[in-house]
Design a protein around this ligand. Structure first.
Ligand SMILES: Cc1cc2nc3c(=O)[nH]c(=O)nc-3n(C[C@H](O)[C@H](O)[C@H](O)COP(=O)(O)O)c2cc1C
Length: 423
C-alpha cells in the first residue's frame, strides 16, 4: 500500500488543543463527520462491524466521532441507506457497546439523529410516500455528481456513471407532510436524542443538513407552506426548535445538543451562507454547537465536494462570525488548512469523513509528524457503493469494515477500560 508523503515536519499544536462543546470537553480539533456505512446487522441493529469501524477512528486519534445516522421510527426508512434503528430499548445494547468502545479508545461521540427526508434519505411513511414540507420535485443531474477527475477513474474501470446514478435517482415526488405527522416526527427525533444519552453517548446532533426534512423546512426553496411551519424565520425554524426544545427537556445538562446544517445550499433559490448564518443566530439559544455540511443531497457535487479541499471554510466562516457556540467545518483533509482556519477564527474544529475512512490513524500520524494515506476523492468505494445499498469500501484502504477482525482493537486492549455508564 503506497502512502502519500506529506510535509508533516510541524506537529500542528493548534490542532491538539482541547475544545469545550457545551458540557463536553473534546481532546483535540479532529472530528469524524457523520458517515453511514451500510453495515447494519439483520433487523437494523448495531453490531461489531459498525462498532469497530468507528473504534478504529477513535483509536486513530480523532477527538470527536459523529456516528452514523440513527433512525427514529419504523415507518421512517432510508430509500437508499441502511442505518440502524434507535427508537426503543431493544436498540440500546448495540448503540451502548458502540459508545463504550469509542470511549475506551479515548474519543467523545455524538449520535447523528436523522428525521429522514424526501430525497435519498427518504422518509417513507406507511403508505410509501416520501414526505416533505411541500411537494417540490427533486431532480438530480448525474453529470454534476462527480468531478471530471473521478469520472475518468470510473470510466477506466468500465463503470457507467449514468447507469449507476440512474439506479439511485428514484426520487418519488414528495407528499406534503401534515401537521399531525410533523408533531409525531418532532417527538420521535427527541426520543432518539434521549435514547442516545441513555446509550452512553456524549451528545447528539439533529440532522438538518443537505436535504433532510429539517433542512427542507428551513429553506424557502423547498418550503412553500402557508401555515405555522412556512414563511417567516420563526415558522421555518419551528420544526427544528420544537425538536430541540423537546429533546432538551429529556436530556441531562451533561449531554451536548446541536444540529448539522448546510453552510449554503448552492441551488437556485436555496439558502446562502448569509441566510444560514441568520438561521444559526436564531437557533443558537437551543444548541451547543453547529456541525456544518454543505449543499443539498441530490446535487452531490455541492455536498460531497469532489476535488478541492477546504471548500466549506469560507462559507463556514460567515456562520462562525455570526454565533458564539463552536462551529465544526467538514471536508478539511489537510492539517495545514485546518490549522489556518482555526487560527483565523473561521472554525473551531476540522472534520472529515473520507480522510478518516482512508486512514483512520491520520490524526495520530499528523501529531507524530508521520506520513499518512490521502483520500483521492474518487467516490468509488464510499458513496459510489453506499448510494446503491452496498457496504462501504475504500479504493485505498482494504481494511474498511474488517476492523472488527483486528484483535488489537478489542476494547480490553484500550487505554480506558472502564467506560460504561448507568443512568
Ligand atoms: C460514505 C459516506 C457516508 C456519509 N454519510 C453521511 C450521513 O449519514 N450523514 C451526514 O450528515 N453526512 C454524511 N456524509 C457526508 C460527510 O459527513 C461529509 O460532510 C462529506 O463527506 C464531506 O466531507 P469529506 O470531504 O471529509 O468526506 C457521508 C459521506 C461519506 C463519504
Amino acid at each position: 500500500m503506497t502512502e502519500t508523503k506529506q510535509n508533516t515536519s510541524e506537529n500542528y499544536p493548534e490542532l491538539f488543543q482541547p475544545l469545550k462543546i457545551g458540557p463536553v470537553e473534546i481532546k483535540n480539533r479532529f472530528a469524524m463527520s457523520p458517515t453511514c456505512i451500510d453495515a447494519i446487522e439483520p433487523g437494523g441493529f448495531v453490531g461489531d462491524r459498525i462498532i469497530y469501524f468507528f473504534a478504529a477512528r477513535a483509536r486513530g486519534g480523532a477527538g470527536l466521532i459523529f456516528t452514523l445516522p440513527a433512525e427514529i421510527e419504523p415507518n421512517i426508512t432510508s430509500v437508499k441507506y441502511m442505518n440502524p434503528w434507535l427508537y426503543n430499548s431493544l436498540h440500546l445494547p448495540g448503540w451502548s457497546e458502540l459508545a463504550e468502545t469509542i470511549h475506551a479508545w479515548g474519543a467523545k461521540s455524538f449520535v447523528e439523529v436523522s428525521p429522514g427526508g424526501p430525497g435519498r434519505l427518504g422518509a417513507l411513511l406507511g403508505d410509501g410516500n416520501a414526505l416533505a414540507p411541500s411537494p417540490v420535485p427533486i431532480n438530480m443531474d448525474p453529470e454534476l455528481v462527480v468531478s471530471k477527475k473521478a469520472r475518468k477513474l470510473w470510466e477506466k474501470r468500465g463503470l457507467d456513471l449514468e447507469a449507476h446514478y440512474h439506479i439511485q435517482n428514484v426520487y418519488p415526488m414528495p407528499k406534503e407532510i401534515t401537521v399531525e405527522e410533523i408533531h409525531r416526527i418532532e417527538d420521535q427525533v427527541a426520543n432518539t436524542v434521549y435514547l442516545s444519552e441513555q446509550a452512553g453517548f456524549d451528545g447528539a446532533e439533529v440532522h438538518t443538513a443537505h436535504g433532510v426534512l429539517g433542512a427542507n423546512f428551513l429553506s424557502p426553496y423547498t418550503n412553500l407552506r402557508k401555515d405555522e411551519y412556512g414563511g417567516s424565520m420563526e415558522n421555518r425554524t419551528r420544526f427544528t426548535r420544537n425538536i430541540l426544545e423537546r429533546a432538551r427537556r429529556k436530556i441531562s445538562k451533561n449531554f451536548a445538543l446541536g444540529i448539522r446544517i448546510s453552510a449554503a445550499e448552492h441551488v437556485p433559490g436555496g439558502l446562502t451562507a448569509e441566510e444560514t448564518a441568520e438561521i444559526c443566530q436564531y437557533l443558537e439559544p437551543y444548541v451547543d454547537f453547529f456541525d456544518l455540511s454543505n449543499g443539498v443531497h441530490h446535487e452531490s457535487h455541492t455536498f460531497m465536494i469532489p476535488d478541492e479541499d477546504g471548500t466549506v471554510i469560507e462559507e463556514g466562516a460567515v456562520i462562525k462570525r455570526a454565533v458564539k457556540v463552536p462551529v465544526i467545518t467538514p471536508s478539511i483533509h489537510n492539517p495545514e488548512l485546518g490549522r489556518k482556519a482555526i487560527l483565523e477564527g473561521k472554525t473551531d474544529m476540522m472534520a472529515s469523513s473520507r480522510q478518516l475512512i482512508v486512514d483512520p490513524d491520520y490524526p495520530n500520524k499528523v501529531r507524530e509528524g508521520k506520513s499518512y494515506r490521502k483520500c483521492i476523492k474518487c467516490l468509488l468505494g464510499c458513496t459510489g457503493r453506499i448510494d446503491i445499498g452496498l457496504p462501504l469500501r475504500c479504493e485505498l484502504n482494504p481494511d474498511v469494515l474488517l476492523e472488527y477482525r483486528d484483535p488489537e482493537l478489542d476494547r480490553r486492549n484500550a487505554p480506558n477500560k472502564k467506560t460504561f455508564t448507568i443512568r
